[in-house]
Design a protein around this ligand. Sequence first.
Ligand code: GBH
Length: 444
Amino acid sequence: TETQATRARLRFPAGFTWGSATSAFQIEGSTTVDGRVESIWDRFCATPGAVVNGDTGDPGADHYRLMDRDVALMTELGLDAYRFSVAWPRVLHADGTVNSKGLGFYDRLVDRLLDNGITPCLTLYHWDLPQALEDQGGWANRDTAFRFADYALAVLDRLGDRVVQWHTINEPWCSAFLGYASGRHAPGRQDRTAALAAVHHLLLAHGLGMRAIRERVPAAVAGLALNLYPVAGDADAVRRVDGLQNRIFMDPVFGRGYPNDVLADVRRWWPDDLVRDGDLDTIAAPIDVLGINYYRGYQVSDRGETPDLTWVGSEHVGFHPTGAPVTDSGWDVQPDELTDLLVQVQRDYPEVPLVITENGAAYPGVADEDRVAFVEAHLRAAHAAIDQGVDLRGYFYWSLLDNFEWAEGYAKRFGLVHVDFATQERTLKQSARWYADVIRENGF
Ligand code: GBH
């Protein structure tokens, strides 16, 4: 109607999914209960100097115990969908048998969500590898991909009758390069060859996971979530960073194999027997949707001041501020680049619809106008991409709750909902109220 058109100046397509996202290790706490085994992040948090303030996964936002309360918050916001991850260390006992009690938590979560009309969107792996697997080489070990498939089947067998939306792996770039090259994330290794092996084994795990999902849930809508970055600056640096960040994952997933220019850059460290017959077909299993996690773009140059181990074979590349305002994490706020990214991904990989599986920012406080402005600008950018023909199906704000921001600990707050980590009191931020209006109006 006319009233709605004037009130909501930007309307999203009918059926557009409004969501918010979290991940298991970042919110659950209760890391030693109900048979949960140690993960690489538990071990990493115990390493002096690894995480700001020595913060750990406990008690976190205590979501494992406050789940009902948190689903009530989602209902208050009016979320269409909730993206969460399952903790692999909760699902399998140390001896590899299925931990029914650990899975029971997700079983109840899914039921709660469905009871409240919220679509569960399940991510199988958001960085919390069982430490026992790391002790056998972690993602640098090919066998981990097959263990992931076993784990995926255990989750599918328990939840596949009710969960339709699945993502295999969240941000394999972080697991591979921050985990094994720079060592900024768990398991904190600095080994270029291990990082490249991890890239391949994470992608192989994705492909095997897709196969398991297809076997068990024929109606599934499934894919993976990549943290993609638009890159600008010196041509060779752009090619290298775009290659290691974006194309090294998208090209194999969309059936093109690894990009030759990236293979040439990393040749010295790429293990000889890494890619076996059939692997690329497994990785190229058709997906239904590509999840994009968008936070910022990169401004790069051919010469950085100090070598950065993250960028295997391109350690000399420099990263520079654009001059844009920054969030509390120091990240440049670059909404327009989101339009370019979505348009470019859809043009270069036209096979599938897109969904923004994460977008958000760290800002302090409950009166968080900055977060409102951030989300509004990014939704405008997403809408502009839709206007240019991009098939964008949804938007998930990162994050529902303030939580454990990995190596940054609890100091950086991404939530729509404020969490007092001492009392576990939840308070809706101004942005949460604003987002609830956006959801109700399907725009703003
Ligand atoms: C996402 O990562 C994650 O999926 C989510 O869990 C996380 O909470 C959220 O975004 C916010 O960060 O300077 O070398 O330490 C986005 C990718 C990875 C970007 C870590 C910042 C710090 C790299 N993030 N990275 S480093």
